[in-house]
Design a protein. Sequence first.
Length: 177
Amino acid sequence: MADKQQLDGDNESDVVPAPKKPRSKALLVGGGVVLSCLIGVGAYSWGLSRATVAEAAEAGAEVEVAEAAAPLVPGGIVTLNPFVVNLADRDSSRFLRVTIELAVATAEEAIAIDADPVRLTRMRAAIIEVLTQQMADTLTTPDGKATLEIALSNAIEPVLAPTVAMDVLFTDFVIQF
């Protein structure tokens, strides 16, 4: 009869506890919600502080802003028409297609440059002169592109004066091999 009781399940040692469900999904969703809330609060606070500084400046109050804390951010972009040039490779005929944008301090400077066809033409001529001296093997490396940015900046600096190109940006860069 003892055997019959064990088979019927009256013995508590035969009961197997149900497995616990993993909480990874709940933690993931909860963490995502908390992160979203923190990002939203941060963005709201940042926008509120920017609005407060702008309102104080409009009201004529002196606003003290730490210059070391905020880097100089360009306010205007000059987009040049794409360039297609032959490269200086002697072993084969290779060409470069590149689109260049110049970051300048203000939108007004960008508009003034765009409105001056002589300045744009001189700038394009200086850029073409630099581009046609380049070798394909050099331009395929990150250091080569960085060196090209510096060379272009130096070449267009006299044409842009008194405006300064804060950055030379490549938005399209294709070399035909």
